[in-house]
Design a protein around this ligand. Structure first.
Ligand code: TYD
Ligand code: MG
Length: 456
C-alpha cells in the first residue's frame, strides 16, 4: 500500500505547507501547523467542493430577477429578532460563537422550543450531549412539544440521511467542531473538517430549504475556532459574550447578509434559562453610587439603541516604578490618549498617577463618543470631586482637547431624559442638530477644560 501523503495545515488561516513549520509564513502565528492526511478524492481541493449555485445558472438583468420578499420568522425573543434585523431569514445559515458555558446551547434550545410551537419541525443535532442531558435542560426551560427532535450524532452521513427522511424546517448543529465528515480523513475539529462540514450545511440550507443554526467554539483569543473562511461561508455570524461571573449576556451580530450588524441583544441567565433584558440602561446603572468620585455616565449607541453605562475611574499616586494603567471594558489605547490630553490640555498632573478604569456591567464600550465621559470620570477621581448623579455625557475628544460632534444626538438625549437624568453635556457643535424641546438641560461644551469648568 502506498504511504498516505500528509500535509501541514495552519489551523489559524488555512495555509498549507508540505513540511512542518513552527511559524505560519502566511499569518505569522506560532505552533498552529497540524499534520493532516492529503485527500486523493476531488474533495481535496482547497475550496469547498460543493457550490450553492448549479452549472445551469446564467447571468440575468437585475431588473428581471423575480423574488418574493421572504417574511422573516419572528421568535418570541425580541432581543434575538433585533440582532437578526427583524427575525430569522428562512433558509439562512446562522453561526453562533461564544465561550464555553456562556449559554449557546441554552439559547438554541429555547429558540427551538419556540420555533416548533409555530408548527415547524426542528431537528436538534448534538455532538456534545446525550439525549437525556438535552431533555434535562429542556425540562428546566419548560419546553414541551411534538415537533422538536433530539438527535445525538456526529457523523455527517447519518445526519444527511436523517434530514432526507425527516425533512425538518430547522436544523440545529451543536457544534460544528464535533461534526465528522467521514469522507475527510483529518481529525474531527481540524480545519479541513470544519470547512467541509460547513460547506455541507450551507448546501443543506440552500437546496433543501432548511434554516440552519450552527454553534461554533471560540479560541482563547475569542475568535471562532477554525479559519476565518468559516465566517465567510455562512450568512450570519453572532457572538454570544459576557463574563461567566455576571449573569448578563450580550448577543452581538458581527456579520449579517440580510441586515445591519452592530446590533446587540441583552439577556440575563436565570435558573430557568435566558430572559430578555428590555431596558438595559436601568440595569447597568442599578448599583451606581450617585455622586461618587470617579463615576461618570455615558450615553453610548449600541447599534441603533442608546444605552447608558457608568464609567468608573480610580486615580491614585504611583508608589513605585512606572505608573500603572488598567482598563476593563474600555480600549486601553483610548484611555492612554485621553489621559495624555487631560495632562496637556486640562493641566492635570496624571503622569505620576496609577489609573484603573472600567465600564460597569461587563459591557464593552468602543465608540469615540464615550471620550468625554471617560475624561470627566478620570478628572473627577483625580480631583476627588464627585459629579452629580443626574449628569451624563456624550462627545468625542480630539488631541487638541476639543470636544467633537457625535452622531444620533437626539436619540441619546431622549434616552437620557427617559431615564431621569437632569443634565446632559454634549459637544457644542451638536447643539443646533435638533429642535425638540427637552425637559433635560442640554449643555454644550467646546473643550475638555470648558467641560471641567462647568462641572467642578
Ligand atoms: P450552556 O447553554 O450549556 O452553555 P454552552 O452551550 O455555551 O457551553 O449553558 C451553560 C451554563 O448556563 C451553565 O453554567 C448553567 C447555566 N444555566 C443556567 O444558569 N440556567 C439554565 O436554565 C440553564 C439551562 C443553564
Ligand atoms: Mg453547549
Amino acid at each position: 500500500m502506498a504511504k498516505a501523503k500528509t500535509k501541514f495545515v495552519c489551523q489559524n488561516c488555512g495555509y498549507v505547507s508540505p513540511k512542518y513549520l513552527g511559524r505560519c509564513p502566511n499569518c505569522g502565528v506560532w505552533n498552529q501547523m497540524v499534520e493532516e492526511v492529503e485527500q486523493t478524492t476531488a474533495k481535496a481541493s482547497a475550496t469547498p467542493s460543493r457550490r450553492v449555485s448549479d452549472l445551469e445558472s446564467k447571468p440575468v438583468k437585475i431588473g428581471d430577477v423575480s423574488f418574493e420578499r421572504e417574511p422573516r420568522i419572528k421568535t418570541d425573543m425580541d432581543e434575538l429578532n433585533r440582532v437578526l434585523s427583524g427575525g430569522i431569514v428562512p433558509e439562512s445559515l446562522i453561526l453562533i460563537g461564544g465561550d464555553p458555558g456562556i449559554g449557546k446551547s441554552t439559547l438554541l434550545t429555547q429558540v427551538s422550543g419556540q420555533l416548533q410551537k409555530t408548527g415547524g419541525k426542528v431537528l436538534y443535532v448534538s455532538g456534545e450531549e446525550s439525549a437525556s442531558q438535552i431533555k434535562m435542560r429542556a425540562d428546566r426551560l419548560g419546553i414541551k412539544g411534538d415537533n422538536l427532535y433530539i438527535y445525538p450524532q456526529t457523523d455527517m452521513s447519518y445526519i444527511r440521511q436523517t434530514i432526507d427522511d425527516m425533512k425538518p424546517d430547522f436544523l440545529i448543529i451543536d457544534s460544528v467542531q464535533t461534526m465528522d465528515e467521514p469522507e475527510i480523513s483529518s481529525a474531527v475539529g481540524s480545519i479541513s473538517q470544519i470547512r467541509e462540514v460547513t460547506a455541507e450545511l450551507m448546501n443543506i440550507a440552500k437546496q433543501q430549504n432548511i434554516t440552519v443554526f450552527v454553534v461554533g467554539h471560540v479560541t482563547k483569543g475569542g475568535a471562532i475556532a477554525g479559519p476565518k473562511i468559516l465566517e465567510h461561508m455562512v450568512d450570519t455570524v453572532l457572538y454570544f459574550e459576557g463574563d461567566t461571573h455576571h449573569s448578563y449576556r450580550i448577543l452581538r451580530s458581527v456579520k449579517n447578509r440580510f441586515g445591519s450588524t452592530n446590533e446587540i441583544g441583552i439577556f440575563e441567565m436565570r435558573t430557568k434559562g435566558l430572559v430578555e433584558v428590555a431596558n438595559p440602561s436601568e440595569i447597568f446603572l442599578e448599583e451606581r453610587l450617585a455622586d461618587a468620585n470617579g463615576s461618570a455616565v455615558v450615553v453610548s449607541m449600541e447599534g441603533t439603541r442608546p444605552i447608558l453605562v457608568e464609567i468608573q475611574s480610580l486615580i491614585t499616586p504611583t508608589v513605585f516604578g512606572n505608573a500603572k494603567r488598567t482598563a476593563t471594558g474600555l480600549d486601553h489605547n483610548r484611555v492612554s490618549v485621553i489621559m495624555a490630553v487631560l495632562e496637556k490640555r486640562g493641566n492635570l498632573m496624571l503622569q505620576n498617577q496609577d489609573a484603573y478604569l472600567k465600564s460597569t456591567g461587563g459591557v464593552k464600550l468602543d465608540e469615540p463618543a464615550i471620550d468625554l465621559a471617560l475624561a470627566m470620570s478620570i478628572a473627577s477621581s483625580y480631583k476627588n470631586t464627585g459629579i452629580p448623579g443626574t449628569d451624563c455625557f456624550v462627545g468625542e475628544v480630539g488631541l487638541t482637547g476639543e470636544v467633537r460632534r457625535v452622531n444620533r444626538i437626539d436619540q441619546r438625549v431622549n434616552e437620557a431624559e427617559k431615564l431621569g437624568f437632569k443634565r446632559i453635556f454634549i459637544p457644542k457643535n451638536n447643539l443646533g442638530d435638533w429642535s425638540k424641546n427637552n425637559k433635560i438641560q442640554i449643555i454644550g461644551v467646546s473643550t475638555v477644560s470648558d467641560a471641567m469648568n462647568k462641572i467642578f
